[in-house]
Design a protein around this ligand. Structure first.
Ligand SMILES: Cc1cc2nc3c(=O)[nH]c(=O)nc-3n(C[C@H](O)[C@H](O)[C@H](O)COP(=O)(O)OP(=O)(O)OC[C@H]3O[C@@H](n4cnc5c(N)ncnc54)[C@H](O)[C@@H]3O)c2cc1C
Length: 463
């Protein structure tokens, strides 16, 4: 990259950020803090300035914070043009233009995509439209759900016992509302933390009065004569009456607007290199399009260069800062996104925190405390290395295990640890769902035989 181009870009170039939320704002602030003096535009489809999402499933549902007062603090004046309430609808990589839903087009020299994810809706559209059927991703969703909980429903039904669904169930119980949770796996949090820790989460839920149904799926939602949800039908043929149903089936990546742009964007997110530069759909890295936050998939050297999609608050901040730095520096000064994955949650009075990538772990050891006491640390191993750790009400140890992951410490953990119990000396299978089951169809296929004939064909994704 010619040095004089970079000097020009930093002085008077145009940077556009699509996605005006956590990653978008933190990237904008980093650009200014690192001396970008050119034109900065933030495009966001929500009508609000960037706000924080973690409180939406915690303090907001409990009425301890208003959904309209979770704005993210601005660390400095970013002097940007804000285009809020207008989705980006297309990208022309050759002309370097972002197309907007209102017909406008915005020209860029460097582009950052930070369009995040949205809640996966209930798949049957007529049932999803019933009054009382909700999702939780945005502050409008949180305001709506809070009003419904405040109104004192007879029962809330939560479909899906991942972190979000479990936090919502916890808020319901704290408000004294009867709640049923349905989960296809054998326990809550199984996809994120495996079956052993999932069993602890299941006990937590039932001890707090949650009617937890596992190994079941919801087959249909039933409405009354005026279009309000009244009951939920399950695959075990049981029927549960409920007047609020929260669909908590994970997320979908906001990449449809890039279909046909030539970028490597699909249902798994937007692939990028460790320096946050997006790949085109052939797998060749672009020079002027960067990605950050929940929508990004990037390789992590510590985890075998696997492409990780992390829907973690801390990842969005760190990746946005790295992307912004790399957007305006010379090649030799670029740095990789090497953030140690870390996630926190709180539910049923317990703080849960993880570091590393638990779903990569095939084995688990309890190294401190005891699951029976709901206060412990579990360490995950993968091919003889420490790969992740999780704590229930024992956060102070996670920093230590983060360092163990960084230095590739051996697993099983041999060294003595504080509060190690004799019954936990041996590792057990971490018990994650079978990763070989396909979740998405292919987005690219290859035709032709000789290298000269071979052509990659892009298939728009089914989300
Ligand atoms: C209820 C809830 C609780 C959470 N709790 C935790 C927690 O306890 N711990 C934790 O680590 N993480 C938590 N998270 C995750 C964390 O909030 C996310 O990792 C973080 O918000 C990611 O930021 P982002 O900027 O990448 O994406 P987002 O916050 O999703 O922002 C993307 C923005 O881009 C917009 N957009 C999408 N498409 C377009 C388009 N075509 N044009 C313009 N704009 C577009 C979206 O509407 C959105 O405003 C939680 C998330 C939710 C929803």
């Amino acid at each position: 990259m010619a040095a004089d181009y970079m000097d020009w870009l930093r002085r008077e170039g145009r940077i556009v950020i699509v996605g005006a939320s956590l990653a978008g704002l933190r990237a904008a602030e980093t650009l200014r803090a690192e001396g970008f003096a050119g034109e900065l535009t933030l495009i966001g489809d929500e009508p609000y300035e960037p706000y924080d999402r973690p409180p939406l499933s915690k303090s907001v549902l409990l009425g301890m914070a208003s959904p309209h007062r979770t704005e993210l603090p601005h660390r400095l004046d970013i002097d940007a043009k804000w285009r809020l309430g207008v989705p980006a609808t297309g990208l022309d990589l050759t002309a370097k233009r972002v197309k907007l839903a209102d017909g406008d087009e915005v020209q860029y020299d460097r582009l950052l995509i930070a369009t995040g994810v949205r809640a996966r809706p209930w798949p049957k559209e007529d049932e999803a439209r019933l009054t009382g059927v909700c999702v939780l991703r945005t502050r409008d969703d949180a305001a709506d759900l809070y009003q419904r909980l405040k109104a004192g429903p007879r029962r809330v039904f939560v479909i899906g016992a991942g972190f979000a669904g479990s936090e919502i169930a916890s808020a319901c119980r704290e408000m004294g509302i009867p709640v049923t949770v349905a989960e296809r796996a054998g326990a809550p949090l199984v996809g994120a933390l495996g079956g052993v820790i999932g069993a602890v989460a299941a006990d937590l839920q039932t001890e707090h009065g949650v009617d937890l149904r596992t190994h079941v799926t919801v087959t249909s939602l039933e409405g009354d004569s005026v279009g309000r949800v009244r009951a939920v039908h399950l695959s075990d043929e049981s029927v549960v009456e409920a007047d609020v149903v929260v669909v908590s089936l994970g997320s979908q990546r906001n990449t449809e607007w890039l279909t046909g742009s030539g970028l490597g964007a699909g249902p798994r997110g937007i692939a990028c290199d460790a320096g946050c530069r997006a790949f085109d759909f052939r797998g060749i890295v672009t020079d002027d399009v960067f990605v950050a936050g929940d929508v990004a998939r990037s390789p992590h050297a510590l985890f075998g260069y696997q492409f990780l999609s992390l829907e973690h608050w801390g990842n969005a901040v760190a990746q946005a800062e790295t992307a912004a730095h790399n957007m305006i520096c010379r090649g030799a000064d670029r740095r990789p996104h090497l953030w140690m994955p870390a996630f926190w949650s709180s539910m049923f009075g317990v703080n849960i925190k993880s570091v590393g990538v638990p779903p990569m772990g095939d084995q688990l050891m309890i190294t401190q405390g005891s699951p029976a006491e709901r206060r412990f640390v579990g360490v995950y191993g993968y091919q003889g290395r420490v790969i992740a750790a999780v704590s229930f009400d024992n956060t102070r140890w996670l920093e230590f295990y983060a360092r163990q992951i960084e230095r590739g410490a051996p697993f099983p953990v041999e060294y003595p640890t504080v509060d190690r119990r004799p019954e936990n000396r041996q590792p057990v299978a971490a018990d994650f769902p079978d990763p070989s089951l396909p979740t998405h169809g292919p987005t690219v296929t290859l035709s032709g035989y000789s290298p000269a004939d071979q052509q990659l064909v892009f298939h728009p994704a089914r989300h």
